[in-house]
Write a protein that binds this ligand. Structure first.
Ligand code: SF4
Ligand code: SF4
Length: 301
């Protein structure tokens, strides 16, 4: 259950041009409804603030962190410094580390504090047709917080968008709709069993939430995070196109694959493993777009 007054976010990114129209500030919430094998923000999945360890920054000979850990989870060595099974993510070591080798990811924010942060670039929003996008993780899991925050942001005249995987129940998304200008909605894989295997959840509810959203008439941009070899086969393209066409949707955004997420894994308390997929060449996307076009779906360009 999310809180009304506070939420855990892990980043506020200014001057984004990839998360809705114009220049935008993107608020990244922690906690997700899915657990995708290719998650580009693996630091978003855990709902609470968490410790990360960047061993390249660690100072040889320093042992400040080892002294303060109440769980004796830290070893006096640079490689495999942390016994993650003992770490409670209390953050004491990060406060002590002089090199930012130990860093907490995620912080609690209140309504007013976040509002002050997102209105900073309102001139850029006005001149570019931009605004604020709520992302994550899954921002809809923070429905109670956003239910109060969105009207405050709207009263400031901001264009408001949300990025969702549809994995949260409709009852959490629905109350937010009157304050939103745009929903960016991700579809990952059409085959239900494969979706379950790759994301930890089937796609039945995800499809139903999209149907309900479209019926409400709110602007929706459907997107597909491209994961080469996992959702780029002809079968998935045809099934995605048929599903969208059946809903009266004739456009799709293809989100490029970014393999850099794999580099984060070594810093995190996670069992997620690299997929070893290389970033495709631009030709790959042009060909993918053509295949969707041949199935009646136009790409957003
Ligand atoms: S965050 Fe983990 S490793 Fe650091 S002091 Fe707390 S329990 Fe120890
Ligand atoms: S406090 Fe920071 S720099 Fe010092 S040993 Fe620990 S991780 Fe390395």
């Amino acid at each position: 259950m999310s809180r009304r007054d506070r939420a855990v976010i892990f980043d506020v990114q200014r001057f984004s041009v990839h998360d809705g129209p114009g220049i935008r500030t993107v608020v990244f919430f922690k906690g997700c409804a899915l657990d995708c094998a290719w998650c580009h923000n693996p630091e978003a999945v855990r709902p609470t603030p968490e410790l990360t360890y960047w061993r390249d920054r660690c100072i040889s000979g320093c042992r400040e962190c080892v002294e303060v850990c109440p769980e004796t989870a830290l070893f006096d060595r640079i490689e495999a410094r942390i016994a993650w099974s003992r770490c409670t993510h209390c953050g004491l070591c990060a406060q002590t580390c002089p090199a930012d080798a130990l860093v907490m990811v995620g912080r609690e924010v209140g309504q007013r504090e976040l509002l002050d942060e997102v209105v900073k670039d309102r001139e850029f929003f006005a001149t570019s047709g931009g605004g604020v996008t709520f992302s994550g993780g899954e921002p809809v899991l923070h429905s109670a917080f956003l239910g109060d925050f969105l009207p405050l942001a709207r009263a400031e005249g901001l264009h408001l968008a949300i990025e969702t995987c549809g994995g949260a129940p409709w009852e959490l998304l629905e109350p937010l709709l009157p304050s939103l200008d745009l929903v960016l909605y991700d579809l990952k894989v059409m085959d239900t069993a494969l979706h379950q295997r790759l994301t930890g959840k089937d796609n039945v509810q995800i499809h139903e939430v999209l149907r309900r959203l479209l019926a409400r008439g709110i602007p929706v941009e459907v997107r597909m995070p491209v994961v080469p070899g996992h959702n780029t086969d002809d079968g998935n393209i045809r099934a995605t196109a048929a599903f969208l066409t059946g809903l009266g949707v004739d456009r799709l955004s293809l989100l490029p694959y970014n393999h850099l997420w794999e580099a984060k894994l070594r810093a995190l308390d996670t069992t997620r493993r690299p997929l070893g997929i290389r970033a495709p060449e631009p030709d790959f996307y042009r060909e993918l777009e053509s295949r969707f076009e041949a199935s009646g779906i136009q790409p957003y360009r």
